[in-house]
Design a protein around this ligand. Structure first.
Ligand SMILES: [Zn+2]
Length: 445
């Protein structure tokens, strides 16, 4: 296995390669990087993964991320040896991804108007820090440990800081969380405080906070764990991998994600590209990304709503100038992303190019939903006995919208990803206190 994994620029015209020990998040020309593997994992591993469901005392078999370690083996370890694993792999005692799998939710299926047999919803909110971020944080912090980092660094206003703080506390390393000063309600950072992260306030907006966190990481030996880190993407691949394994590697017709920074879209695309190339799946599911109407950068660009051009990966030649002009337009008009679903309130998706690549590979679609629709989606998930945050409601109502438009066909098999657990206590309270809301059950006196 020695020398199997390396980093490679995603731009096919550039293609610069770096050692797996590199902490670069971009090539020297400013393109994003992928973790690549020279060897093709044997399809016979499907049986190994199944057997590991009986963990036999190994936290790395319990973990929904590391159970599939051969498919993200950038540590290049002897993967059958549990002692060896524990020297390298970072885990919250096997809890990351452990409870994540597709579930049936009949009330959601009725609301969507799809057969209950054809709909699966996969909650990622039951991860230890309450969101899908733990999948990718397990791998990013493993890489940080591999290169001897003493401190991890992120810019975040919520789920990322919670996950980074939890892993850092568990590993006994420091964690700095950069936020725009005065713009973040302290409650959104309560988990980061709880896990002992150092909050760093930056004058400016979120983009300024991210830039300063990247500069400080570079200059003061920090290790960046935002989703531009290619190792985050490796762990997040296990979200669709778990879903596919659960369906006996029979691809569904669709996989649906809420769209924010597009790390999930990117990682789903990378997982599908690899599994297809390796012969693990025969059919490529289509990815649908659901933006909020108030933070619709990807939808605007992908669907030709800006300057009339439909932005595409275009085999590695995306029109990046169109993206720059779109961002200039947002600045000039003073347009800021605005939605109550803060997890996807993002105007400049950091992974937009990898996201476009994923959409091209999977013949994907992008659409938008409103805040009130997302709240309905969130609430109907609750009526099935599952907890999810407002952004996750986008998956539910996105499927409903795409079925009503006949883009998703009625007998298609669909998996919707519910990205996180409810962390804003007042959202359901306000929703249910308003009798006009579709699923409201107002208090009685
Ligand atoms: Zn490059």
């Amino acid at each position: 296995m020695q020398g199997d994994a390396y980093l490679k620029c995603i731009n096919p015209q550039c293609g610069l390669e770096y050692s797996i020990e590199s902490t670069n998040v971009q090539c020297e020309k400013g393109h994003m990087l992928d973790v690549k593997y020279k060897n093709k994992p044997s399809v016979s591993l499907k049986e190994v993964f199944y057997k590991r469901r009986n963990s036999e005392g190994s936290i790395f078999n319990e973990s929904g991320v590391w159970r599939f370690r051969e498919l993200l083996n950038f540590c290049q370890i002897d993967t059958e040896n549990i002692e060896e694993c524990s020297k390298y792999l970072v885990s919250l005692d096997g809890a990351e991804g452990r409870q994540s799998k597709p579930y049936r939710m009949s009330k959601a299926a009725d609301f969507i108007n799809i057969s209950n047999d054809n709909l699966w919803l996969q909650p990622e909110g039951y991860n230890p820090s309450g969101s899908f971020k733990d999948n990718g944080m397990a791998t990013a912090v493993t890489h940080a440990k591999m290169i001897g980092a003493k401190k991890i660094v992120c810019a975040s206003t919520g789920n990322t800081s919670a996950s980074a703080g939890m892993f850092a506390a568990n590993e006994g390393i420091n964690c700095d969380v950069y936020i725009p000063a005065g713009q973040i309600a302290p409650g959104k950072l309560s988990q980061a405080y709880q896990f002992g992260a150092q909050i760093v306030e930056v004058d400016g907006n979120f983009d300024d906070a991210l830039k300063e966190s990247l500069d400080d990481a570079k200059n003061y030996d920090g290790y960046t764990v935002n989703s531009i880190n290619p190792f985050r993407i490796e762990g997040q691949k296990t979200i669709p991998i778990r879903a596919l394994e659960y369906l006996n590697w029979e691809s569904p017709d669709w996989i649906i994600y809420p769209g924010g920074a597009l790390g999930n879209t990117s990682s789903c695309g990378k997982a599908l590209m690899e599994l297809y190339e390796w012969g693990w799946i025969k059919k490529i599911p289509r990815i649908a990304v659901i933006n909020s109407e108030g933070a619709s950068t990807l939808s605007d660009l992908y669907n030709g709503k800006f300057e009339g051009e439909e932005l595409r990966w275009n085999k590695g030649n995306p029109n990046t100038e169109l993206i720059s002009r779109y961002y200039d337009h947002l600045d000039k008009e003073g347009l800021k992303p605005k939605t109550k679903a803060t997890a996807i309130q993002i105007g400049r998706p950091a992974n937009i190019l990898k996201g476009l690549r994923a959409l091209e590979f999977s013949n994907g679609v992008v659409t938008t939903v409103s805040d009130s629709e997302m709240l309905d989606g969130m609430s109907v998930v609750g009526l099935n006995g599952f907890d999810c945050e407002m952004a996750s409601g986008a998956s539910v109502v996105g499927i409903k919208k795409l079925i009503s438009e006949d883009i998703i066909k009625k007998d298609d098999v669909v998996i919707g990803i519910l990205t996180g657990r409810q962390k804003d206590a007042m959202l359901p309270v306000d929703y249910h206190n308003n009798p006009k809301n579709k699923f409201a059950i107002p208090p009685r006196n």
